[in-house]
Write a protein that binds this ligand. Structure first.
Ligand SMILES: Cc1cc2nc3c(=O)[nH]c(=O)nc-3n(C[C@H](O)[C@H](O)[C@H](O)COP(=O)(O)OP(=O)(O)OC[C@H]3O[C@@H](n4cnc5c(N)ncnc54)[C@H](O)[C@@H]3O)c2cc1C
Length: 382
């Protein structure tokens, strides 16, 4: 078996290393990461505040502890700057490292909204533990937080911050929050539940600028309105990190293009996690990473394995209005059937022409029906 070099110490990099170790205890594995290599659960970043957790207490294991657990070499604070796919080498500022098989698990970067104003640079985003430490330090001084982006992560932070006693305003262009994930009535049910707790919504507008104002910030809106806040958080989405892959001449689309073996356009170079586009799908969630890591570990350990994905509903962490979503496949023919439930919540089922349920969004009391509706869903990748 060829030695494996993994770039990235997020969920994708570490889960792959763990799966590889189960199958190939002696295979030389080296992991390179530009951060400090702390193992942590990224989903907890958006519900940590109300639970009283800090960046430090979210850390599950240091890089040294991961070396001990996984019997591998980990090089931290080291960015890979180039890949020579011909010579099978990765390049860092310090050395060139040969690989038999290379895995890109380099994640995604927060999209920066185009903002004007003298405080545009002070807008925060949270996509890793170090970002979270900065955010938490800013929150110590902040009473009012403005969140730009009413998607999954924006809504989760809104719920967490309001539950922790902050004043929260969420800004976004759609008519309802979560409009990229669920039909409007479902988003509206989450909006109403969070509004009941005190979240203020500024929908149908975009944030145009952020300026310093009277010791705090003022977010200028596209309709001429303004929101004053002590801290501004951007949660407008993530973009796969393609810099290395593009420079190395790998095929890229929305993500690093890989086949059902997670293999890129270059021999012996693979990708998984938030950076990867697998069979046309970019799915930046935990469950796809777990499936991809298991399949890729098999392949790298000598048993070529085709990736399959079952249906993978995503649980949105908005306890004010529990929500679980399994979006239908892009282009799936069908229609949404929407039922408002008297006790609170919405059952939205996406039905194909034959009546079969191809996807769902269940909010409030309907979220408890997740198992029942999940079992007949078609697989995402058969
Ligand atoms: C706030 C938040 C909440 C979330 N909640 C949920 C949830 O509830 N459920 C769910 O399913 N998903 C959730 N997600 C998504 C999920 O957490 C991610 O899909 C997953 O953690 C991504 O892991 P990754 O390893 O692909 O990327 P990352 O964690 O981003 O890891 C990328 C790694 O690559 C390294 N790296 C990048 N470039 C280089 C380089 N050139 N050289 C060396 N190292 C490099 C980075 O340092 C990092 O270690 C959430 C995401 C966020 C931000």
């Amino acid at each position: 078996m060829e030695n494996v070099v993994i770039i990235g110490s997020g969920l994708a990099g570490y889960t792959l290393a763990r799966e590889l170790r189960k199958l190939a205890p002696d295979l030389p594995v080296r992991l390179l990461t530009r951060d400090d290599g702390t193992s942590y659960s990224k989903p907890m970043l958006s519900n940590a505040l109300a639970k009283g957790k800090t960046a430090q207490s979210l850390a599950m294991a240091s890089a040294e502890q991961m070396v001990g657990q996984l019997n591998m070499t980990i090089t931290t604070h080291t960015a890979v700057t180039a890949i020579d796919t011909q010579a099978h080498r990765v390049v860092t500022a310090m050395e060139e490292i040969p690989y038999g098989n290379l895995v890109l698990a380099v994640g995604a970067e927060p999209v920066r909204p185009p903002l004007e104003g003298d405080a545009a640079g002070a807008v925060l985003s949270v996509n890793n533990l170090a970002d979270y430490a900065v955010f938490r330090a800013a929150l110590d001084e902040a009473r009012h937080v403005a969140i730009i982006g009413p998607g999954l992560i924006g809504c989760e932070f809104a719920n967490d911050l309001i539950a922790a006693g902050k004043q929260v305003t969420v800004i976004g262009p759609g008519k309802a929050p979560l409009d990229r994930l669920a039909p409007a009535p479902v988003g509206v049910s989450v909006q109403a539940a969070l509004a009941k707790l005190g979240v203020e919504w500024r929908l149908g507008v975009t944030a145009a600028r952020v300026d310093h104002h009277a010791g705090a910030y003022q977010v200028g809106l596209s309709d001429g309105g303004a929101v004053r806040a002590d801290c501004v958080l951007s949660a407008v989405g993530l973009r796969p990190n393609l810099t290395l892959a593009k420079a190395a001449g790998l095929n890229t689309g929305r993500g690093i293009v890989v086949d059902r073996h997670l293999q890129s356009s270059a021999p012996d170079v693979y990708a998984l996690g938030d950076c990867a586009e697998v069979a046309g799908l970019v799915l930046p969630f935990v469950m796809p990473i777990m499936h991809a890591a298991r399949a890729l570990a098999q392949t790298l350990a000598g048993t070529p394995t085709v990736l399959t994905y079952p249906a993978m509903p995503v649980v949105v962490k908005t306890p004010a209005c529990p929500l679980v979503v399994s979006p239908p496949a892009v282009g799936a023919e069908g229609h949404w059937q929407i039922e408002h439930i008297e006790e609170g919540g919405v059952r939205a089922l996406y039905r194909g022409g034959d009546g079969r349920v191809l996807g769902f969004a269940l909010s409030g009391i309907a979220a408890a029906e997740r198992q029942a509706w999940s079992k007949d869903l078609p697989p995402v990748l058969a």
